[in-house]
Design a protein around this ligand. Structure first.
Ligand code: FAD
Length: 615
């Protein structure tokens, strides 16, 4: 096979018996495929439901982030109505395109805190602590340092020791920033929050300018399709079939064990089978990896029976443990002289000029990505006594059966740890899906994101009762119930979101940032408005931050410990079946997840290759 345009056709693909079938050519999937195929003893077949979109400017041009949401590149999932959000359902975008959600995301590149990964190890994921993952964080990345002028102008401060220098994924600082960025660090300094000069070294607490997954020369999105797949696509032992929609993993019983033998998939409307002589690696993401396990007969017997699926491996942990970063978008009217992305949308001439600037000099508004970031522990603005009482109330309800992960979360509240429990990100533009801009007005957004949620939900295949009695298939959208703000832990999340919101308002009332702000408009600053109250507003305005994890969590030592995978990513109760994507994280991290998911792909591939060699 030759280039990306010269991948095998269906007939050739299904005639092969690959050593490794990778299901989902997304963020982690293409890392796994590219790394495994470095080994000539391994043959890799990738099945991706979407198609390649290497030339689409809506994907490639950084400043056009968000334009592909609700497009054909998006699976367009939706949550169930959430009682904690006053009955609202939320759109849950996921990438259906080569590169998966790395083709749709907003390119922010950062890492969690050391304790986040060490907690995974504590839960049984041996080797997945900070020290175990660090080499793989570095392996995935080539960091391009900004020059000294950029560093002083945009406070793009970094510690080169913490970054990779030879990895496929290119990371750079933006060339262009929204007008508010120049005020960001100074404003937080006034509130006693310091610039964190080494926020990739195990603590992201403080204020900093965010790195992005963008190439240094063409200033294009760097993502798994361009960084990992394209450079490897000429390999004879790596084949990709796009528009291949996997329906289930074929499991056959051998010596009392369920062994993965291949997958069933549809392509062009017909059903096909491709077989493996080795393994199937599910990389379909937090929504669809658990879906495929359940469709293959692995999961909670009640869920499977209700969905008309025969039970092969009884594991109630599949699809549970769903964790998400809840987000709010507070909107401010800003000075009318400030240029915002809405100007380009409103005025075709400005858009044309921006496109020209981007084409000629790879600069201007088409390169701007929100990069003004701060992470703080709650103890910065919530009295210690209050945190302690919330933590103790949770402890009093814990039972011997309470999950160890819950205890880690409570400990973070009680021990007053210096972790990034809440994230803020400020930029000029109206990023709220709810607040409608008024003509002639300019806006900025303060995004607020809860990093260590207690709210835990689930994702499952639908019961036959929702399908006129027919059994669930991959085409049926999974039932996504994040249980935002539900239960006692969810109430703590809610209280922390409200308290953090008040502090976000304080940040935006502090100069110099406040100097460009005219007034807060969402929630309104008028006390007679029904949405004035932060408490009501948080329920009515919380949305997804698009960071679901945990639905095929690794941990424990055996299936009965309540996890889906062991620490070598093998699905408990099976042979030759693994999962490697965002769903494997047992507990959420204080970071945008993509850098961690690339590291998961790198480490997962190393484990799989090692096991293949030693088989
Ligand atoms: C709007 C948005 C903005 C975001 N912004 C950021 C950000 O700025 N920074 C950051 O760090 N993170 C961000 N994220 C999150 C991050 O991009 C995702 O967490 C990450 O890409 C998920 O990687 P994954 O490998 O788990 O899954 P994915 O990348 O979603 O890969 C799954 C792949 O499997 C394929 N697939 C699924 N089911 C099947 C099937 N049955 N058959 C065949 N193929 C299948 C899908 O089409 C997809 O290609 C954002 C996410 C969204 C949605």
């Amino acid at each position: 096979m030759g280039s990306i345009d010269d991948q095998p056709d269906l007939t050739y693909f299904i005639s092969q018996k690959y050593t490794h079938l990778v299901i989902g050519g997304g963020t982690a999937g293409l890392v796994v495929a590219a790394r495994l195929s470095e080994n000539p003893d391994i043959t890799v077949g990738v099945l991706e439901a979407g198609s390649a979109a290497f030339d689409d400017p809506r994907i490639n041009v950084p400043g056009r982030f968000g334009e592909t949401l609700a497009s054909d590149y998006d699976w367009q999932f939706e949550s169930t109505p959430q009682s904690g959000l006053n009955g609202r359902s939320l759109p849950w975008p996921r990438g259906r395109v080569l590169g998966g959600t790395s083709a749709l995301n907003f390119m922010t590149w950062n890492r969690g805190c050391r304790e986040d990964y060490d907690a995974w190890e504590e839960l049984g994921a041996e080797g997945w602590g900070w020290e175990g993952l660090l080499p793989y964080f570095k392996k995935s990345e080539t960091f391009h340092q900004p020059d000294s002028e950029h560093q002083s102008k945009h406070i793009s401060i970094f510690d080169p020791e913490q970054h990779g220098t030879a990895g496929p994924l290119q990371t750079t600082y933006s060339v262009t920033y929204g007008a508010s960025h120049q005020h960001w660090h100074a404003t937080l300094h006034k509130l006693g929050i310091q610039t964190n000069i080494s926020h990739f070294s195990g603590s992201n607490v403080g204020v900093w300018t965010s790195l992005t997954g963008v190439t240094p020369d063409k200033r294009e999105r760097s993502y798994s399709a361009t960084a990992y797949f394209r450079p490897s696509s000429g390999r004879k032992n790596l084949h990709l079939l796009t528009e291949a929609f996997v329906q289930e993993v074929i499991l056959e019983e051998e010596d009392g064990q369920w062994v993965a033998k291949g997958v069933k998939f549809t392509h062009g409307g017909d059903e096909h089978i491709v077989r493996t002589e080795g393994e199937v690696v599910l990389c379909a993401g937090s929504v669809q990896s658990p879906q495929l396990l359940e469709l293959s007969g692995i999961g909670n017997p009640e869920v499977l029976k209700d969905a008309g699926i025969d039970v092969k491996v009884d594991n109630p942990a599949v699809g549970e443990n769903l964790q998400e970063h809840m987000m709010t978008a507070m909107i401010f009217e800003i000075s009318p002289s400030i240029v915002t992305p809405e100007d380009l949308r409103a005025d075709p001439k400005l858009a044309e000029a921006a496109d020209k600037e981007y084409a000629l000099s790879q600069s201007g508004p088409r390169t701007a990505i929100p990069s003004s970031v701060a992470y703080l522990p709650f103890s910065h603005f919530v009295p210690h006594e209050e945190l302690k009482s919330l933590g103790n109330s949770l402890l009093s309800q814990s039972t011997p059966k309470s999950k160890p992960s819950d205890r880690i979360l409570v400990d973070r509240l009680l021990a007053d740890k210096n972790l990034g429990q809440i994230e803020w990100n400020f930029d000029v533009s109206n990023y709220s899906p709810q607040f409608k801009s008024l003509p002639g007005k300019k806006y900025a957004t303060m995004l607020q994101m809860l990093q260590y949620p207690f709210s835990k939900g689930c994702i499952h295949i639908p019961p036959t009762s929702q399908k006129n009695g027919t059994k669930a298939t991959a085409t049926d959208k999974p039932v996504i119930d994040p249980k935002y703000y539900a239960g006692t832990g969810g109430e703590v999340d809610f209280k922390m979101m409200v308290a953090s919101q008040a502090y976000a308002d304080k940040i935006c009332s502090t100069s110099p940032l406040s100097d460009i702000i005219v007034s807060r408009v969402y929630p309104p600053s008028d006390p007679t408005d029904p949405n004035y109250n932060f408490t009501d507003w948080v329920r009515n305005s919380t949305i997804t931050d698009w960071h679901p994890i945990g639905t095929c969590a690794m941990g424990g030592k055996r299936k009965e410990d309540g996890y889906v995978l062991d620490s070598r990513l093998r699905v408990y109760g099976t042979k030759g079946l693994r999962v490697c994507d965002a769903s494997i994280m047992p507990l959420h991290i204080s970071a945008h997840p993509q850098a961690t998911i690339y590291a998961i792909g790198e480490k997962g591939a190393a484990i799989i290759a090692e096991d293949w060699k030693g088989r």
